[in-house]
Design a protein around this ligand. Sequence first.
Ligand code: FES
Length: 101
Amino acid sequence: MKWFKAALVSDLASGEGKTVEPVPGRPIALFNNHGTFQAIDNVCPHRGGFLSEGRLKENCVIWPLHQWTFDLKTGENIRNPQVKLRVYPVRVRGEDVWIEL
Ligand code: FES
């Protein structure tokens, strides 16, 4: 496991998500969840939508078209915990956001 710089704090306003690629070819959805930065695999297992385009609600991200919802702490789909995405540790140092991959 290694830490990679993924974004600047100022890249994401509160409530926003963004696709980041701290390692080329490995897209991660990064969210500013009202001041807490959280990271999860970007590709939705339903039909491949980008979770970075999803809407935040409490500690979850909801993909807008089909409503699959993932917990940003555990990566689990809230209706079917067997469907689980990987979540990643995030830390903020100064203006930089780092993700451990
Ligand atoms: S692609 Fe994610 S809910 Fe359909």
